[in-house]
Design a protein around this ligand. Structure first.
Ligand code: SAH
Ligand code: MG
Length: 194
């Protein structure tokens, strides 16, 4: 299995697909194991690398994953087929803020457009089970967040600001409690308050 993971990693590197960093996905895999996570909703499939790794933890893990980029969708389907996971990974094709998703999830993994994190959170947490977790990737945004004033690009700065807004939003959210981990590219681990 790990040989095939490295094939996906190689493809991602060569094609500049921003897949999750090794420490990040290892943390998530352990979380799935330790908390008996079965149903996962992922926002941002890309080539299905993280979806496949999460499914590989156990045969009874299922992932529903949302992706809007047609090229990514077709590569994701190819990879899901290679790993024989068609019956456990469902791709929902379209913009995560537009598509309709049903079901109840033990974990929601937010890993799509950084500027929309608050909207993803608000739209999808109603589908989160009582003891479920929201894991958000890239909260350090490749280490750039700490140096926001030094960033030249306007777009990048605006995205960083949105990411900071999300972090503030999580910190101030009375219904949820978030732990920020300096793992991979920065993970937010968010659970409901009792
Ligand atoms: N989770 C993947 C990486 C996802 S990269 C992994 O770790 O292996 C982010 C992906 O989110 C990109 O493929 C991008 O096309 C997709 N994306 C960004 N905004 C989106 C949106 N609003 N709806 C659906 N997909 C989105
Ligand atoms: Mg990511």
């Amino acid at each position: 299995m790990s040989i095939m993971f490295s094939e996906l990693e190689k493809y991602a590197k060569e094609n500049k697909v921003p897949i999750i960093l090794p420490d990040g996905i290892e943390y998530i895999e352990n979380y799935i194991k330790e908390n008996n996570v079965k149903n996962i909703l992922e926002i941002g499939t890309a080539i299905a690398y993280s979806a496949i790794r999460m499914c590989s933890v156990s045969d009874d893990v299922k992932v529903t994953t949302i992706e809007r980029n047609p090229e990514m969708i077709s590569k994701a389907k190819e990879n899901i087929h290679k790993f024989n996971m068609e019956d456990r990974i469902t791709i929902i094709e379209g913009d995560a803020l537009e598509v309709e998703v049903t079901g109840n999830y033990d974990m929601i993994f937010i890993d799509a457009a950084k500027s929309q994190y608050i909207k993803f959170f608000e739209k999808y947490t109603p589908l989160l089970n009582k003891d479920g977790v929201v894991i958000t990737d890239n909260l350090n945004f490749h280490g750039l967040r700490e140096n926001i004033d030094n960033i030249e690009s306007k777009n990048l700065r605006s995205m960083m600001k949105k990411l900071n807004d999300y972090i503030e939003y999580l910190k101030n959210n009375q219904s949820f409690k978030t732990t920020f981990l300096d793992i991979g590219d920065g993970l937010g681990i968010t659970k409901r308050n009792d």
